[in-house]
Write a protein that binds this ligand. Structure first.
Ligand code: GDP
Ligand code: IMO
Ligand code: MG
Length: 423
């Protein structure tokens, strides 16, 4: 049985959590492959909204196994909060939540280092979620990290101490005047580790290999978005992992030739939270309307998301890098009521028209070139069939499919599980 991937094509928050939840009924295993609690994946059903940060978005289903893969970085404190929330809803997570021994731990000092590093950057700050993601991946690639599997060894606390001591010296180096009480943070951390240890740790690549042999179906869940990828995103305003399709191979131990469908999720417009270039960003009433109607506030930090029109140059790039086979368009309902909808189809780059994403997309070099289409007025949120969608929206979808040379197979018209139209 093949493995399918689901990942975001923009700057995150495309609606990955919602769609993974919708698709879980078709899979035996849902596996997160990268990122950490910088992610906020929102699911809505039965009138309740849930936000997951590290736990895969299939956890609310009866049967599916949810695996936190080796490519993920785990903050035990946040993880424990997620588990506490599941308990409130009587979710029996112990039987269906597995953690890779090779996943790395976010330590309290990683979070402080993140804050110190950002503070030292001043205006050039990344706009990080300050969850310790960058410092943890730095320790991973620097070969200093502590992994989930280490918690089963007797000397891990010695390794913890020497790493935390080193971090404290690094924090002092930044001279960022960040106040923290490490003793308190450690108390909370070690308590959360004990909760974590009640879960099942596995050699997840072997588990997934056997699962494939047995014909089990696997959906790999991405976090963040392609334009936040450490290699292909808008560096340095990116996250510290490979959010693109290749990240699922390294983040789970899945061979590239086992991947079948790559589901690429995008919003019918564009949003970005944090710093960095955003060619189609709007600073006018249209942008405000998108933010208001789309409730565009970060699910992890509550920060307002910047909004703008759909950028097909960037979207094409993301489709290519990921090998997307099917597109899923989210939040089409938010565009209801716009007289005209704009779509960026090319850039004016230093006086030249280009249709690829250049190395430098800073606003001083680049201006989006738009195609305009007629908008629609209908409220889409009660629609359940593709045949009910307004003509103008079908025109919008047809235009995108033609430009992107990829079919749009799901259209989402609201945050609830049920507000999902299969085409
Ligand atoms: P993720 O990080 O990709 O999982 O996305 P987030 O959960 O951070 O952000 C997506 C937001 O949009 C959440 O608040 C969802 O509940 C909401 N959402 C998802 N799909 C739709 C949709 O089709 N329409 C509307 N209006 N909201 C949606
Ligand atoms: P989901 O999975 C949107 C952004 C941050 C910042 C940059 C680096 O919910 O789509 P980091 O904390 O990784 O050091 O932040 O990346 N960012 C996200 N933006 N959605 C996310 O995740 C994000 N995770 C990180 O705002 O600009
Ligand atoms: Mg999110």
């Amino acid at each position: 049985m093949a493995v399918n991937l689901l990942l975001g094509l923009q700057w995150g928050d495309e609606g990955k959590g919602k769609i993974v939840d919708v698709l879980t009924q078709n899979y035996d295993i849902i596996a997160r492959f990268q990122g950490g609690p910088n992610a906020g994946h929102t699911l809505e059903f039965d009138g309740i909204k849930h936000v997951l940060h590290t736990i895969p978005s299939g956890i609310f289903h009866e049967k599916a196994i949810n695996l936190v893969g080796n490519g993920v970085v785990i903050d035990p404190v946040i993880f424990k909060k997620e588990l506490d929330n599941l308990e409130k809803y009587n979710i029996d997570y112990k039987s269906k939540l597995l953690i890779s021994r090779k996943a790395h731990l976010i330590l309290p000092t990683h979070r402080i280092l993140d804050a110190a590093s950002e503070a030292s950057k001043g205006k050039a700050k990344i706009g990080s979620t300050l969850k310790g993601i960058g410092p943890t991946y730095m320790d991973k690639t620097g070969r200093n990290g502590i992994r989930i599997g280490d918690l089963e060894l007797s000397d891990w606390k010695d390794r913890y101490r020497s790493l935390a001591d080193k971090h404290e010296a690094m924090i002092d180096f930044y001279n960022a005047k960040i106040e923290y009480n490490l003793k308190e943070l450690e108390e909370e951390f070690f308590e959360a580790i004990e909760t974590l240890k009640t879960l099942t740790f596995i050699d997840s690549e072997e588990y997934l290999f056997q699962a494939q042999k047995e014909g089990k179906s696997i959906l790999a869940e991405g976090a963040q978005g392609s334009l936040l990828d450490i290699d292909f995103g808008t560096y340095p305003f990116v996250t510290s992992s490979n959010t693109t399709a290749a990240g699922a191979c390294t983040g789970l131990g899945i061979a590239p030739n086992k991947i079948k469908e790559v589901f690429g999720i995008f919003k019918a417009y564009t949003t970005r939270v944090g710093s960095g270039p955003f060619p189609t960003e709007l600073f006018d009433n249209d942008g405000e309307t998108m933010a208001r109607v789309g409730h565009e506030f970060g699910a992890t930090t509550g920060r307002p998301r910047r909004c703008g029109w759909l950028d097909l140059v960037a979207l094409k790039y993301a489709i290519q890098v990921n090998g997307v086979t099917q597109l899923m368009m989210m939040k089409g309902d938010v565009l209801s009521g716009f007289e005209t909808i704009k779509i960026c189809t090319a850039y004016n780059y230093n006086g030249e028209t280009i249709t690829h994403l250049p190395y430098n997309i800073e606003p001083q070099n680049l201006e989006p070139i738009y195609t305009e289409m007629k908008g629609w007025k209908e409220d889409l949120t009660q629609m359940t069939e593709a045949s009910q969608l307004p003509k103008e929206m079908n025109d919008y979808i047809a235009f995108l499919e033609k430009e992107l040379e990829t079919p749009i197979t799901i259209v989402s018209v609201g945050p609830d599980r049920k507000q999902t139209i299969k085409k």
